[in-house]
Design a protein around this ligand. Structure first.
Ligand code: SAH
Length: 250
């Protein structure tokens, strides 16, 4: 198969395969899944346990609360996913969802969506024995600075963010271009009918029909909201704007 004809595929390693496709079986993602615009497979990590109790976890070395998912069991599951990916042409990165990972952003989502797919490792309990992550060179990705009870909601969120960027999945491709994080800013606020609601008016400029003024207003709102809410994004945006101005000046 050529790279272009490959279907973007998510392979999820989990102790709870019944949680998939879950919400991704609905709405635009679900329709795209039915149409074959992306594919999903789950591997039950418990199927890779070899003892009579099918145990996947054990107590942590060094003591402490909770259980840790075993390196040998997880490794067999990762190996199976990598071999399945290889059979389809290979190249999908293996990602472990963990609060200790690099926080997921739109840039990484875009890169993953542009690739052949992703292998997602969902943790439970206290997490996974570090050795299997190191040995397999697994990328560690976090959804944000909070703790979930398992990697599955994070995997669903990551897949959702990727598939909405795949060609033909969203009804209106143009709506992707103006979104938050495209161009380094948060999006401007939206309004629809009725023009007056509970004494609150839609900003006049949006009713003016004057496209240039509307664009300028939206741009200014994007900048104001980013500056107020996300000083980190604003600083990066200002730096890149300065660089762009410098290049133009030359
Ligand atoms: N003991 C761990 C938390 C384990 S939570 C710690 O303190 O870092 C159990 C599982 O939920 C993790 O293995 C991971 O797969 C998932 N998880 C929890 N929070 C997450 C987050 N912010 N992003 C991605 N996955 C998360």
């Amino acid at each position: 198969m050529t790279a272009t004809s490959r279907i973007w595929t998510a392979r999820v390693l989990t102790l709870f395969p019944e949680m998939f496709p879950g919400m991704l079986g609905h709405s635009l993602a679900g329709k795209a899944l039915d149409r074959g615009q992306w594919a999903l497979s789950t591997l039950d990590i418990r199927d890779f346990a070899e003892d009579s109790h099918r145990s996947v976890d054990d107590t942590p070395f060094g003591g402490g609360a909770g259980m840790v998912m075993r390196a040998d069991v997880v490794d067999r599951a990762v190996d199976a996913a990598l071999r399945a990916d290889e059979a389809d042409g290979g190249g999908s990165p293996a990602v472990y969802l963990t609060p200790r990972g690099r926080v997921l952003d739109q840039e990484r989502v875009r890169a993953l969506a542009n690739g052949p797919g992703v292998i997602l490792l969902c943790g439970r309990y206290e997490g996974i024995d570090q050795r299997v992550l190191d040995a397999r060179g697994v990328e560690e990705v976090s959804l944000g600075d909070f703790v979930l009870s398992g990697g599955e909601p994070a995997a669903l969120a990551l897949i959702d963010a990727c598939i909405r960027l795949l060609p033909g999945v969203m009804g209106d491709e143009g709506s992707l271009e103006e979104e938050s994080f495209e161009g380094g800013l948060l999006e401007y606020p939206h309004y629809t009918r009725p023009a007056e609601w509970c004494g609150r008016m839609v900003p006049d400029v949006l009713l003016s029909g004057h496209h240039a003024k509307i664009s300028a207003w939206r741009r200014a709102e994007s900048e104001r909201i980013t500056r107020e809410r996300r000083p980190d994004l604003w600083a990066r945006y200002e730096r890149s704007a300065t660089v762009a101005d410098g290049k133009r000046a030359k």
